[in-house]
Design a protein around this ligand. Structure first.
Ligand code: N01
Length: 558
Protein backbone atom coordinates (compact mmCIF):
# COMPACT_ATOMS: atom_id res chain seq x y z
CA UNK A 1 0.00 0.00 0.00
CA UNK A 2 1.33 3.42 -0.93
CA UNK A 3 1.65 6.07 1.74
CA UNK A 4 -0.30 8.99 0.26
CA UNK A 5 1.11 12.42 1.01
CA UNK A 6 1.30 15.86 -0.59
CA UNK A 7 5.05 16.24 -0.66
CA UNK A 8 8.02 13.97 -0.34
CA UNK A 9 11.50 15.26 0.40
CA UNK A 10 14.60 13.12 -0.11
CA UNK A 11 17.35 13.86 2.42
CA UNK A 12 17.46 15.22 5.97
CA UNK A 13 20.40 17.62 5.83
CA UNK A 14 20.19 21.41 5.98
CA UNK A 15 18.01 21.43 2.86
CA UNK A 16 15.58 18.66 3.72
CA UNK A 17 14.93 19.87 7.25
CA UNK A 18 14.02 23.38 6.20
CA UNK A 19 11.99 22.11 3.25
CA UNK A 20 9.97 19.90 5.59
CA UNK A 21 9.35 22.79 7.96
CA UNK A 22 8.35 25.10 5.10
CA UNK A 23 6.00 22.76 3.27
CA UNK A 24 4.41 21.31 6.36
CA UNK A 25 4.22 24.31 8.68
CA UNK A 26 3.93 27.16 6.19
CA UNK A 27 1.80 25.58 3.48
CA UNK A 28 0.10 22.95 5.62
CA UNK A 29 1.03 20.07 3.29
CA UNK A 30 1.37 16.52 4.51
CA UNK A 31 5.09 16.05 4.04
CA UNK A 32 7.52 13.24 4.66
CA UNK A 33 11.31 13.16 4.52
CA UNK A 34 13.12 9.96 3.59
CA UNK A 35 16.74 9.76 4.68
CA UNK A 36 19.28 7.03 3.92
CA UNK A 37 21.39 7.83 6.99
CA UNK A 38 20.58 6.69 10.47
CA UNK A 39 20.02 10.26 11.65
CA UNK A 40 19.77 13.80 10.32
CA UNK A 41 22.69 15.93 9.18
CA UNK A 42 23.32 14.99 5.54
CA UNK A 43 26.94 15.72 4.70
CA UNK A 44 27.73 16.11 8.41
CA UNK A 45 26.23 12.74 9.23
CA UNK A 46 28.57 11.01 6.79
CA UNK A 47 31.76 13.11 6.78
CA UNK A 48 33.30 12.37 10.16
CA UNK A 49 36.87 11.90 8.98
CA UNK A 50 39.73 13.19 11.15
CA UNK A 51 39.94 16.98 10.88
CA UNK A 52 36.48 17.45 9.32
CA UNK A 53 35.34 20.98 9.88
CA UNK A 54 33.21 23.54 8.10
CA UNK A 55 35.02 26.02 5.84
CA UNK A 56 32.33 28.65 6.22
CA UNK A 57 32.52 30.85 9.28
CA UNK A 58 29.98 29.78 11.85
CA UNK A 59 28.15 33.10 12.17
CA UNK A 60 26.98 32.69 8.56
CA UNK A 61 26.74 28.90 8.55
CA UNK A 62 23.20 28.63 9.80
CA UNK A 63 19.60 29.16 8.90
CA UNK A 64 18.46 32.75 8.95
CA UNK A 65 14.72 32.16 8.66
CA UNK A 66 14.01 32.08 12.39
CA UNK A 67 15.00 35.00 14.53
CA UNK A 68 14.16 33.05 17.63
CA UNK A 69 16.44 30.19 16.60
CA UNK A 70 19.24 32.63 15.89
CA UNK A 71 18.84 34.28 19.24
CA UNK A 72 19.03 31.06 21.16
CA UNK A 73 21.85 29.35 19.24
CA UNK A 74 25.48 30.21 19.83
CA UNK A 75 28.41 28.65 17.97
CA UNK A 76 31.55 28.03 19.98
CA UNK A 77 34.24 28.25 17.28
CA UNK A 78 35.03 30.23 14.16
CA UNK A 79 34.48 27.07 12.07
CA UNK A 80 32.19 24.45 13.57
CA UNK A 81 33.02 20.74 13.39
CA UNK A 82 30.56 17.91 12.71
CA UNK A 83 29.51 17.28 16.36
CA UNK A 84 28.49 20.90 16.89
CA UNK A 85 26.74 21.17 13.52
CA UNK A 86 24.84 17.96 14.27
CA UNK A 87 23.84 19.41 17.66
CA UNK A 88 22.63 22.53 15.86
CA UNK A 89 20.55 20.56 13.37
CA UNK A 90 19.25 18.42 16.23
CA UNK A 91 18.12 21.58 17.98
CA UNK A 92 16.42 22.78 14.79
CA UNK A 93 14.61 19.45 14.46
CA UNK A 94 13.51 19.61 18.07
CA UNK A 95 12.39 23.23 17.95
CA UNK A 96 10.25 22.71 14.85
CA UNK A 97 9.21 19.18 15.76
CA UNK A 98 10.62 17.74 12.55
CA UNK A 99 11.60 14.21 13.53
CA UNK A 100 8.06 12.89 13.52
CA UNK A 101 7.94 13.29 9.73
CA UNK A 102 11.38 11.92 8.93
CA UNK A 103 11.98 8.28 8.13
CA UNK A 104 15.63 7.40 8.73
CA UNK A 105 17.56 4.43 7.39
CA UNK A 106 15.67 4.21 4.14
CA UNK A 107 17.15 5.05 0.79
CA UNK A 108 15.04 6.14 -2.14
CA UNK A 109 15.82 3.85 -5.06
CA UNK A 110 13.30 5.02 -7.63
CA UNK A 111 10.76 7.74 -8.32
CA UNK A 112 8.31 7.49 -11.21
CA UNK A 113 5.90 10.19 -12.34
CA UNK A 114 2.39 8.85 -12.93
CA UNK A 115 0.99 11.30 -15.45
CA UNK A 116 -2.62 10.18 -15.09
CA UNK A 117 -2.68 10.63 -11.35
CA UNK A 118 -0.19 13.53 -11.37
CA UNK A 119 1.68 11.77 -8.59
CA UNK A 120 5.24 10.72 -7.95
CA UNK A 121 5.51 7.06 -6.98
CA UNK A 122 8.54 6.58 -4.85
CA UNK A 123 10.13 3.32 -3.72
CA UNK A 124 12.71 2.77 -1.01
CA UNK A 125 15.28 0.06 -0.38
CA UNK A 126 13.25 -1.17 2.57
CA UNK A 127 10.24 -1.88 0.39
CA UNK A 128 8.10 1.13 1.28
CA UNK A 129 6.14 3.00 -1.38
CA UNK A 130 4.98 6.57 -1.31
CA UNK A 131 2.74 8.59 -3.62
CA UNK A 132 3.23 12.34 -3.53
CA UNK A 133 2.22 15.30 -5.67
CA UNK A 134 5.50 17.10 -5.17
CA UNK A 135 8.93 15.53 -5.01
CA UNK A 136 11.87 17.53 -3.70
CA UNK A 137 15.44 16.21 -3.93
CA UNK A 138 17.45 17.56 -1.01
CA UNK A 139 20.15 14.98 -1.61
CA UNK A 140 23.17 17.27 -1.35
CA UNK A 141 25.76 18.10 -3.97
CA UNK A 142 28.62 16.11 -2.48
CA UNK A 143 27.12 12.94 -1.12
CA UNK A 144 28.01 10.32 -3.70
CA UNK A 145 31.50 9.05 -2.79
CA UNK A 146 34.03 8.80 -5.62
CA UNK A 147 36.20 5.75 -5.05
CA UNK A 148 38.69 5.52 -7.92
CA UNK A 149 38.92 2.24 -9.71
CA UNK A 150 42.54 1.45 -8.86
CA UNK A 151 43.45 -2.14 -9.71
CA UNK A 152 44.09 -4.41 -6.76
CA UNK A 153 41.93 -2.76 -4.11
CA UNK A 154 40.17 -6.08 -3.49
CA UNK A 155 43.51 -7.72 -2.66
CA UNK A 156 44.59 -5.12 -0.11
CA UNK A 157 45.38 -6.84 3.18
CA UNK A 158 44.70 -3.79 5.36
CA UNK A 159 41.59 -1.68 5.86
CA UNK A 160 40.41 1.17 3.64
CA UNK A 161 37.91 4.01 4.09
CA UNK A 162 36.45 6.85 2.06
CA UNK A 163 36.33 10.10 4.02
CA UNK A 164 32.71 10.66 3.02
CA UNK A 165 31.68 7.38 4.65
CA UNK A 166 33.86 7.48 7.70
CA UNK A 167 32.89 4.96 10.41
CA UNK A 168 30.96 6.73 13.16
CA UNK A 169 32.83 4.86 15.84
CA UNK A 170 36.08 6.31 14.44
CA UNK A 171 39.17 4.51 13.21
CA UNK A 172 42.07 3.89 15.54
CA UNK A 173 45.07 5.13 13.61
CA UNK A 174 47.59 4.74 16.43
CA UNK A 175 50.66 2.83 15.31
CA UNK A 176 49.27 2.44 11.78
CA UNK A 177 50.93 3.16 8.46
CA UNK A 178 48.34 5.24 6.65
CA UNK A 179 48.23 6.12 2.97
CA UNK A 180 46.00 9.02 1.99
CA UNK A 181 45.01 9.47 -1.63
CA UNK A 182 43.72 12.94 -2.44
CA UNK A 183 44.63 16.48 -1.49
CA UNK A 184 41.44 18.48 -2.03
CA UNK A 185 39.59 20.29 0.79
CA UNK A 186 39.06 17.00 2.61
CA UNK A 187 42.57 15.64 2.28
CA UNK A 188 44.05 18.96 3.35
CA UNK A 189 41.93 18.88 6.51
CA UNK A 190 42.57 15.21 7.24
CA UNK A 191 46.34 14.87 6.73
CA UNK A 192 47.49 17.00 9.69
CA UNK A 193 45.18 15.19 12.10
CA UNK A 194 46.00 11.72 10.79
CA UNK A 195 49.72 12.51 11.05
CA UNK A 196 49.32 13.29 14.76
CA UNK A 197 48.31 9.72 15.60
CA UNK A 198 49.46 7.46 12.78
CA UNK A 199 52.89 5.83 12.89
CA UNK A 200 53.43 7.09 9.38
CA UNK A 201 51.37 9.00 6.82
CA UNK A 202 52.06 8.83 3.10
CA UNK A 203 50.14 11.47 1.14
CA UNK A 204 49.57 10.56 -2.50
CA UNK A 205 49.11 13.84 -4.34
CA UNK A 206 47.94 13.99 -7.94
CA UNK A 207 47.16 17.71 -8.23
CA UNK A 208 48.51 20.19 -5.72
CA UNK A 209 46.30 23.10 -4.82
CA UNK A 210 46.47 26.38 -2.94
CA UNK A 211 45.50 26.42 0.71
CA UNK A 212 45.21 29.28 3.17
CA UNK A 213 45.27 28.81 6.95
CA UNK A 214 41.80 28.56 8.47
CA UNK A 215 42.90 30.08 11.80
CA UNK A 216 40.17 28.38 13.71
CA UNK A 217 39.69 29.58 17.28
CA UNK A 218 37.03 29.69 19.98
CA UNK A 219 34.72 32.66 19.55
CA UNK A 220 35.14 35.41 22.12
CA UNK A 221 32.19 36.54 24.26
CA UNK A 222 32.31 39.92 22.44
CA UNK A 223 32.07 38.29 19.04
CA UNK A 224 29.22 36.07 20.19
CA UNK A 225 27.36 39.11 21.46
CA UNK A 226 27.99 40.94 18.19
CA UNK A 227 26.57 37.97 16.28
CA UNK A 228 23.51 37.83 18.54
CA UNK A 229 22.81 41.49 18.04
CA UNK A 230 23.48 41.68 14.32
CA UNK A 231 21.65 38.82 12.69
CA UNK A 232 19.77 41.02 10.29
CA UNK A 233 22.96 42.65 9.11
CA UNK A 234 24.85 39.36 8.78
CA UNK A 235 21.97 37.96 6.77
CA UNK A 236 21.82 41.06 4.59
CA UNK A 237 25.50 40.73 3.74
CA UNK A 238 25.27 36.98 3.09
CA UNK A 239 22.32 37.59 0.77
CA UNK A 240 24.02 40.37 -1.14
CA UNK A 241 27.44 38.81 -1.77
CA UNK A 242 28.11 36.56 -4.76
CA UNK A 243 29.08 33.59 -2.61
CA UNK A 244 26.67 33.81 0.33
CA UNK A 245 29.41 34.39 2.86
CA UNK A 246 29.14 37.20 5.36
CA UNK A 247 32.13 39.07 4.04
CA UNK A 248 32.26 41.52 1.18
CA UNK A 249 34.64 41.35 -1.75
CA UNK A 250 36.98 44.34 -1.69
CA UNK A 251 36.03 47.03 -4.13
CA UNK A 252 39.46 47.32 -5.76
CA UNK A 253 41.49 45.66 -8.47
CA UNK A 254 44.99 44.34 -8.01
CA UNK A 255 46.32 47.05 -10.32
CA UNK A 256 44.81 49.77 -8.09
CA UNK A 257 47.50 49.24 -5.46
CA UNK A 258 51.29 49.23 -5.45
CA UNK A 259 53.17 45.93 -5.17
CA UNK A 260 54.04 46.75 -1.55
CA UNK A 261 50.43 47.51 -0.70
CA UNK A 262 49.35 44.32 -2.41
CA UNK A 263 51.86 42.31 -0.44
CA UNK A 264 50.61 43.86 2.80
CA UNK A 265 47.01 43.06 1.82
CA UNK A 266 47.87 39.44 1.13
CA UNK A 267 49.91 39.21 4.36
CA UNK A 268 46.96 40.51 6.35
CA UNK A 269 44.56 38.10 4.63
CA UNK A 270 46.93 35.20 5.27
CA UNK A 271 47.16 36.20 8.93
CA UNK A 272 43.40 36.51 9.21
CA UNK A 273 42.88 33.19 7.41
CA UNK A 274 39.89 31.59 5.77
CA UNK A 275 38.09 31.84 2.46
CA UNK A 276 38.20 35.62 2.77
CA UNK A 277 41.60 35.51 1.09
CA UNK A 278 39.62 35.30 -2.15
CA UNK A 279 37.92 38.59 -1.34
CA UNK A 280 41.07 40.70 -1.17
CA UNK A 281 40.58 41.99 -4.73
CA UNK A 282 37.53 41.94 -6.95
CA UNK A 283 39.37 40.85 -10.10
CA UNK A 284 41.09 37.74 -8.72
CA UNK A 285 38.58 35.48 -10.43
CA UNK A 286 38.43 37.34 -13.72
CA UNK A 287 41.89 38.61 -14.56
CA UNK A 288 44.73 36.17 -15.05
CA UNK A 289 47.42 38.73 -14.22
CA UNK A 290 45.62 39.68 -11.00
CA UNK A 291 45.17 36.04 -10.08
CA UNK A 292 48.87 35.36 -10.74
CA UNK A 293 49.80 37.73 -7.92
CA UNK A 294 47.70 35.77 -5.40
CA UNK A 295 48.99 32.48 -6.78
CA UNK A 296 52.59 33.60 -6.49
CA UNK A 297 52.06 34.83 -2.94
CA UNK A 298 50.59 31.48 -1.89
CA UNK A 299 53.26 29.42 -3.64
CA UNK A 300 55.95 31.47 -1.90
CA UNK A 301 54.27 30.67 1.41
CA UNK A 302 54.41 26.96 0.70
CA UNK A 303 58.10 27.17 -0.15
CA UNK A 304 58.74 29.18 3.03
CA UNK A 305 56.93 26.69 5.29
CA UNK A 306 58.00 23.32 3.89
CA UNK A 307 61.62 22.59 4.73
CA UNK A 308 62.40 19.82 2.25
CA UNK A 309 62.88 21.62 -1.10
CA UNK A 310 61.73 18.67 -3.18
CA UNK A 311 58.52 18.30 -1.18
CA UNK A 312 57.97 22.06 -1.23
CA UNK A 313 58.41 22.12 -5.00
CA UNK A 314 55.89 19.29 -5.48
CA UNK A 315 53.34 21.05 -3.25
CA UNK A 316 53.83 24.42 -4.93
CA UNK A 317 53.87 23.20 -8.52
CA UNK A 318 50.24 24.18 -9.02
CA UNK A 319 48.89 24.13 -12.55
CA UNK A 320 45.69 26.18 -12.27
CA UNK A 321 44.85 29.74 -11.25
CA UNK A 322 44.12 30.35 -7.58
CA UNK A 323 40.57 29.40 -6.52
CA UNK A 324 39.58 27.96 -9.89
CA UNK A 325 39.31 24.65 -8.10
CA UNK A 326 37.47 24.93 -4.81
CA UNK A 327 40.05 26.62 -2.50
CA UNK A 328 40.66 24.68 0.70
CA UNK A 329 41.55 26.17 4.05
CA UNK A 330 43.68 24.27 6.51
CA UNK A 331 45.19 23.91 9.93
CA UNK A 332 48.92 23.19 9.62
CA UNK A 333 48.66 21.39 6.30
CA UNK A 334 52.00 22.49 4.91
CA UNK A 335 53.66 22.27 8.35
CA UNK A 336 52.63 18.61 8.43
CA UNK A 337 55.19 17.84 5.73
CA UNK A 338 57.95 18.91 8.14
CA UNK A 339 57.10 16.02 10.45
CA UNK A 340 59.38 13.01 10.47
CA UNK A 341 56.45 10.61 9.99
CA UNK A 342 54.98 12.18 6.82
CA UNK A 343 55.98 11.54 3.21
CA UNK A 344 54.60 13.12 0.04
CA UNK A 345 54.39 11.05 -3.12
CA UNK A 346 54.01 13.20 -6.23
CA UNK A 347 51.82 11.06 -8.46
CA UNK A 348 52.50 13.15 -11.52
CA UNK A 349 56.14 12.05 -11.38
CA UNK A 350 55.45 8.64 -9.87
CA UNK A 351 51.90 7.45 -10.64
CA UNK A 352 50.03 4.72 -8.79
CA UNK A 353 50.24 1.43 -10.67
CA UNK A 354 48.13 -0.71 -8.39
CA UNK A 355 47.13 -1.56 -4.88
CA UNK A 356 48.87 -4.68 -3.62
CA UNK A 357 48.13 -6.88 -0.61
CA UNK A 358 50.80 -4.86 1.28
CA UNK A 359 50.02 -1.32 0.20
CA UNK A 360 50.21 0.97 -2.83
CA UNK A 361 52.68 0.42 -5.62
CA UNK A 362 53.72 3.43 -7.62
CA UNK A 363 55.99 3.29 -10.63
CA UNK A 364 59.10 3.59 -8.49
CA UNK A 365 58.25 1.91 -5.16
CA UNK A 366 55.85 -0.11 -3.06
CA UNK A 367 54.54 1.83 -0.05
CA UNK A 368 53.65 -0.55 2.78
CA UNK A 369 50.37 0.45 4.43
CA UNK A 370 47.91 -0.75 7.05
CA UNK A 371 45.16 1.69 6.12
CA UNK A 372 44.25 3.50 2.91
CA UNK A 373 42.20 6.68 3.22
CA UNK A 374 40.43 7.73 0.04
CA UNK A 375 40.03 11.51 0.25
CA UNK A 376 39.08 11.32 -3.39
CA UNK A 377 35.94 13.42 -3.40
CA UNK A 378 32.54 12.89 -4.88
CA UNK A 379 30.55 12.32 -8.01
CA UNK A 380 29.43 15.87 -7.44
CA UNK A 381 26.06 17.48 -8.06
CA UNK A 382 24.56 15.00 -10.53
CA UNK A 383 25.83 11.82 -8.79
CA UNK A 384 23.35 11.82 -5.89
CA UNK A 385 20.40 12.52 -8.21
CA UNK A 386 21.35 9.95 -10.82
CA UNK A 387 21.89 7.32 -8.15
CA UNK A 388 18.08 7.26 -7.98
CA UNK A 389 16.13 5.89 -10.94
CA UNK A 390 14.02 8.99 -11.61
CA UNK A 391 11.49 8.77 -14.44
CA UNK A 392 9.35 11.65 -15.59
CA UNK A 393 6.78 12.09 -18.34
CA UNK A 394 6.48 9.12 -20.75
CA UNK A 395 8.86 7.12 -18.56
CA UNK A 396 11.81 9.33 -19.54
CA UNK A 397 14.79 8.52 -17.32
CA UNK A 398 16.77 11.38 -15.82
CA UNK A 399 19.91 9.30 -16.37
CA UNK A 400 19.20 9.31 -20.11
CA UNK A 401 18.08 12.93 -20.29
CA UNK A 402 21.30 14.03 -18.59
CA UNK A 403 23.61 11.70 -20.47
CA UNK A 404 25.42 14.65 -22.06
CA UNK A 405 25.22 16.73 -18.88
CA UNK A 406 22.54 18.12 -16.60
CA UNK A 407 19.68 20.06 -18.21
CA UNK A 408 17.86 22.31 -15.78
CA UNK A 409 16.14 25.61 -15.52
CA UNK A 410 17.71 27.59 -12.70
CA UNK A 411 19.02 24.35 -11.22
CA UNK A 412 15.51 23.93 -9.83
CA UNK A 413 13.70 21.74 -12.33
CA UNK A 414 14.39 19.50 -15.31
CA UNK A 415 12.12 19.47 -18.37
CA UNK A 416 9.74 16.53 -18.49
CA UNK A 417 9.80 16.02 -14.73
CA UNK A 418 6.72 17.88 -13.47
CA UNK A 419 6.57 18.89 -9.82
CA UNK A 420 10.07 17.57 -9.25
CA UNK A 421 12.39 20.12 -7.65
CA UNK A 422 16.09 19.97 -6.89
CA UNK A 423 17.56 21.97 -4.03
CA UNK A 424 20.97 23.37 -5.01
CA UNK A 425 20.80 21.33 -8.19
CA UNK A 426 23.21 21.64 -11.12
CA UNK A 427 22.84 25.02 -12.78
CA UNK A 428 22.39 26.83 -9.45
CA UNK A 429 25.10 28.64 -7.44
CA UNK A 430 25.17 25.80 -4.88
CA UNK A 431 28.74 24.62 -4.33
CA UNK A 432 30.22 28.03 -5.18
CA UNK A 433 28.49 29.45 -2.12
CA UNK A 434 28.10 29.16 1.61
CA UNK A 435 25.57 26.34 1.30
CA UNK A 436 22.95 27.15 3.96
CA UNK A 437 22.32 30.54 2.38
CA UNK A 438 21.84 29.02 -1.07
CA UNK A 439 19.68 26.28 0.42
CA UNK A 440 17.43 28.75 2.20
CA UNK A 441 16.86 30.67 -1.01
CA UNK A 442 15.94 27.50 -2.90
CA UNK A 443 13.67 26.13 -0.20
CA UNK A 444 11.80 29.44 0.00
CA UNK A 445 11.47 29.69 -3.77
CA UNK A 446 10.17 26.12 -4.04
CA UNK A 447 7.75 26.67 -1.17
CA UNK A 448 6.43 29.90 -2.70
CA UNK A 449 6.12 28.16 -6.05
CA UNK A 450 4.12 25.25 -4.66
CA UNK A 451 1.99 27.73 -2.69
CA UNK A 452 1.32 29.60 -5.93
CA UNK A 453 0.33 26.43 -7.77
CA UNK A 454 -2.15 25.48 -5.08
CA UNK A 455 -3.57 28.95 -4.80
CA UNK A 456 -4.17 29.11 -8.54
CA UNK A 457 -5.49 25.58 -8.96
CA UNK A 458 -2.50 24.56 -11.06
CA UNK A 459 -1.65 20.90 -10.95
CA UNK A 460 1.90 20.85 -12.13
CA UNK A 461 4.91 22.88 -13.14
CA UNK A 462 7.85 22.02 -15.35
CA UNK A 463 10.32 24.11 -17.30
CA UNK A 464 9.96 25.07 -20.95
CA UNK A 465 12.82 23.29 -22.81
CA UNK A 466 13.65 26.59 -24.51
CA UNK A 467 14.18 28.27 -21.16
CA UNK A 468 16.31 25.31 -20.10
CA UNK A 469 18.48 25.70 -23.15
CA UNK A 470 18.92 29.42 -22.57
CA UNK A 471 19.72 28.83 -18.92
CA UNK A 472 22.34 26.25 -19.90
CA UNK A 473 23.91 28.81 -22.23
CA UNK A 474 23.84 31.41 -19.49
CA UNK A 475 25.49 29.01 -17.00
CA UNK A 476 28.30 28.46 -19.51
CA UNK A 477 28.58 32.14 -20.23
CA UNK A 478 28.82 32.91 -16.50
CA UNK A 479 31.61 30.34 -16.02
CA UNK A 480 33.46 31.57 -19.10
CA UNK A 481 33.38 35.13 -17.80
CA UNK A 482 35.61 33.94 -14.95
CA UNK A 483 38.88 32.06 -14.66
CA UNK A 484 36.94 29.02 -13.40
CA UNK A 485 36.90 27.80 -16.97
CA UNK A 486 40.70 27.48 -16.80
CA UNK A 487 40.58 24.51 -14.44
CA UNK A 488 38.94 22.05 -16.76
CA UNK A 489 40.11 19.15 -14.57
CA UNK A 490 38.05 20.27 -11.57
CA UNK A 491 35.05 18.46 -10.18
CA UNK A 492 33.01 21.54 -11.09
CA UNK A 493 33.38 20.14 -14.63
CA UNK A 494 32.79 16.54 -13.54
CA UNK A 495 36.37 15.81 -14.55
CA UNK A 496 37.14 13.70 -11.47
CA UNK A 497 34.77 10.90 -12.49
CA UNK A 498 35.81 8.86 -15.54
CA UNK A 499 33.18 8.99 -18.27
CA UNK A 500 31.25 11.87 -16.73
CA UNK A 501 30.34 14.60 -19.24
CA UNK A 502 32.57 17.67 -18.97
CA UNK A 503 30.07 20.39 -18.25
CA UNK A 504 30.51 23.25 -15.81
CA UNK A 505 27.76 22.40 -13.34
CA UNK A 506 27.29 25.23 -10.82
CA UNK A 507 26.10 28.71 -11.75
CA UNK A 508 29.00 31.16 -11.44
CA UNK A 509 26.96 34.32 -11.90
CA UNK A 510 26.78 34.83 -8.15
CA UNK A 511 24.11 34.10 -5.59
CA UNK A 512 22.82 37.66 -5.33
CA UNK A 513 22.27 37.92 -9.06
CA UNK A 514 20.78 34.44 -9.17
CA UNK A 515 18.38 35.35 -6.38
CA UNK A 516 17.18 38.34 -8.42
CA UNK A 517 16.67 36.16 -11.47
CA UNK A 518 14.62 33.64 -9.47
CA UNK A 519 12.53 36.43 -7.93
CA UNK A 520 11.95 37.95 -11.33
CA UNK A 521 10.89 34.61 -12.81
CA UNK A 522 8.36 34.12 -9.99
CA UNK A 523 7.10 37.72 -10.21
CA UNK A 524 6.36 37.17 -13.89
CA UNK A 525 4.10 34.22 -13.05
CA UNK A 526 6.90 31.65 -13.32
CA UNK A 527 8.33 32.83 -16.56
CA UNK A 528 10.01 30.03 -18.48
CA UNK A 529 7.94 27.34 -16.79
CA UNK A 530 4.89 25.50 -18.07
CA UNK A 531 2.01 25.48 -15.64
CA UNK A 532 -0.58 22.76 -16.23
CA UNK A 533 -4.14 22.35 -15.12
CA UNK A 534 -5.31 18.78 -15.45
CA UNK A 535 -7.88 18.34 -18.19
CA UNK A 536 -6.57 21.43 -19.94
CA UNK A 537 -4.70 20.60 -23.06
CA UNK A 538 -3.28 24.07 -23.38
CA UNK A 539 -0.46 25.03 -21.16
CA UNK A 540 -0.91 28.44 -19.57
CA UNK A 541 2.46 29.89 -20.48
CA UNK A 542 3.97 32.30 -18.06
CA UNK A 543 2.51 35.73 -18.40
CA UNK A 544 5.80 37.48 -18.88
CA UNK A 545 5.91 35.74 -22.23
CA UNK A 546 9.65 35.90 -22.32
CA UNK A 547 10.18 32.20 -21.64
CA UNK A 548 13.24 32.60 -19.56
CA UNK A 549 14.81 35.79 -20.85
CA UNK A 550 16.95 36.59 -17.88
CA UNK A 551 18.29 39.84 -19.16
CA UNK A 552 20.83 40.37 -16.46
CA UNK A 553 23.98 42.35 -16.27
CA UNK A 554 26.74 40.36 -17.90
CA UNK A 555 30.02 39.72 -16.18
CA UNK A 556 31.29 37.58 -13.39
CA UNK A 557 29.48 37.02 -10.17
CA UNK A 558 31.98 34.91 -8.31
O1 N01 B 1 37.29 16.14 -3.00
P1 N01 B 1 38.06 16.82 -4.24
P2 N01 B 1 37.20 16.64 -1.48
N1 N01 B 1 44.29 9.06 -7.89
O2 N01 B 1 37.42 16.24 -5.44
C1 N01 B 1 42.30 13.22 -5.79
C2 N01 B 1 33.63 20.21 -0.12
N2 N01 B 1 34.29 20.14 1.15
O3 N01 B 1 36.45 15.61 -0.74
O4 N01 B 1 42.66 17.04 -8.29
C3 N01 B 1 44.86 10.03 -7.18
O5 N01 B 1 38.16 18.26 -4.12
C4 N01 B 1 42.06 14.49 -6.54
O6 N01 B 1 43.11 14.74 -7.43
P3 N01 B 1 42.81 15.62 -8.78
C5 N01 B 1 34.30 21.27 -0.99
O7 N01 B 1 33.35 21.88 -1.80
C6 N01 B 1 33.98 21.06 2.06
O8 N01 B 1 38.53 17.05 -0.99
O9 N01 B 1 41.53 15.07 -9.35
N3 N01 B 1 44.20 11.08 -6.68
C7 N01 B 1 41.97 15.48 -5.39
O10 N01 B 1 43.23 15.81 -4.90
C8 N01 B 1 35.25 20.43 -1.77
O11 N01 B 1 35.73 21.01 -2.93
C9 N01 B 1 34.55 21.03 3.27
O12 N01 B 1 43.97 15.38 -9.62
C10 N01 B 1 42.90 11.15 -6.92
C11 N01 B 1 41.24 14.64 -4.34
O13 N01 B 1 41.45 13.29 -4.66
C12 N01 B 1 34.41 19.21 -2.00
O14 N01 B 1 33.76 18.99 -0.78
C13 N01 B 1 35.50 20.09 3.59
C14 N01 B 1 42.23 10.16 -7.66
C15 N01 B 1 39.76 14.89 -4.34
O15 N01 B 1 39.52 16.23 -4.06
C16 N01 B 1 35.16 17.98 -2.36
O16 N01 B 1 36.37 17.93 -1.58
C17 N01 B 1 35.83 19.15 2.66
C18 N01 B 1 42.99 9.09 -8.15
N4 N01 B 1 42.43 8.13 -8.90
C19 N01 B 1 35.22 19.17 1.44
N5 N01 B 1 40.92 10.51 -7.72
C20 N01 B 1 34.08 21.99 4.25
O17 N01 B 1 33.69 23.08 4.06
C21 N01 B 1 40.80 11.66 -7.05
N6 N01 B 1 42.00 12.04 -6.57
C22 N01 B 1 33.96 21.53 5.52
Amino acid sequence: MDVEIDALVIGAGFAGLYQLHSLRDRLGLSTRVLEAGGDLGGTWYWNRYPGARCDSESHAYRYFFSRELNEEWEWSERYPGPPEILRYLGRVAEKFDLRRDIRFGCRVVSARYDETANRWLVQTDVGERYAATYLVAAVGCLSSANIPDIPGLGEFGGRWFHTGKWPHEGVDLAGQRVGQIGTGSTGIQAAPVIAQTAAHLTVFQRTPTYSVPARNAPLTPEFKRWVRENHAEIRAIACSTPNGHAFRIADRNVADVTPDERQAIYEAAWARGGLQFRATFRDLMTDQAANDTAAEFLKARIRAIVRDPKTAAALADIDHPYATKRPPIDTDYYETFNRGNVTLVDLRADPIERITPRGIRTRSAEHALDIIVFATGFDAMTGPLLAIDIRGRDGRALREEWRAGPQTYLGLQAPGFPNFFTITGPGSPSVLTNMPVAIEQHVEWITDCIGYLRQHGIDSIEPDPEAVQRWGEHVNEAANATLLSKAKHSWYYGANVPGKPRVFMPYAGGLARYRRICEDVAAKGYDGFWLHRRGEREIPRARGGTAGEFAVARGPGV
